[in-house]
Design a protein around this ligand. Structure first.
Ligand code: IMP
Length: 197
């Protein structure tokens, strides 16, 4: 069976991606199975640039098929910030809690109707010769007034979905994996992947 390396070092993202790739005739590997591979710097201006860089670099070095992923939250009232800098919003080594606190502080006094935001996910597939394709997924919601819920990671406790009346962190993985930005991108990814396996 062909190998597919999931090219992200974020264990929570990897967990979601492995679940979303279930059933495909592929031997799914983690980047952590290849200890010699370097950290790929996320210096792109867009999710796409980062996802493509990660997929192409790792595929070339590992000699395998690689999925590169980049994702983050765009908040309309903050002109799309933090976007590609989602992981480093409150500083280079910021924790999820620090990022969430900074986010809520920046939006203090903003009414719910102006707290619109979206999670974006870009997935790129590359083989050792180069990029094969790129797909994107988005999930629309609101930045909540306070963090709620225990599931997930990152901005999940402050991402509120009005149709469910809950944050991603309250909803949990089963619902999140049906509607999230990553799930939307994965649906497209599975379709495109058929050409290559
Ligand atoms: P990366 O791991 O450097 O790509 O950073 C992406 C950042 O975006 C993560 O560290 C989270 O802060 C945020 N993010 C991306 N996807 C999600 C998600 O599904 N839930 C919550 N936060 C997310």
């Amino acid at each position: 069976m062909k190998k597919l390396i999931i090219g992200t070092r974020n264990p929570k993202k990897r967990e979601e991606l492995v679940k979303l790739l279930e059933g495909l005739p592929l031997d799914i590997r983690s980047i952590e199975d290849y200890p010699g591979l370097p950290e790929v710097e996320e210096d792109g201006k867009t999710f796409r640039e980062n996802a493509v860089k990660k997929a192409a670099t790792i595929a070339r070095l590992a000699g395998e098929l690689v999925m590169g992923e980049d994702s983050g939250l765009e908040v309309d009232a903050l002109n799309g910030v933090p976007g590609v800098r989602s992981a480093r919003y409150a500083g280079e080594k910021a924790t999820y809690e620090e990022n969430n606190r900074k986010r809520l502080k920046a939006m203090e006094g903003t009414p719910l109707e102006r707290r619109t935001a979206r999670f974006c996910c870009t997935l790129a597939l590359a083989n050792p010769e180069g990029l094969l394709f790129v797909v994107e997924g988005q999930c629309e919601g609101f930045v909540s007034q306070e963090p709620k819920g225990e599931h997930g990671f990152g901005y999940d406790p402050v991402f509120y979905l009005p149709d469910y009346g809950k944050t991603f962190a309250e909803l949990g993985p089963t619902v999140k994996n049906q509607i999230s930005h990553r799930a939307q991108a994965l649906k497209k990814f599975r379709e495109r992947l058929k050409q290559f396996i």
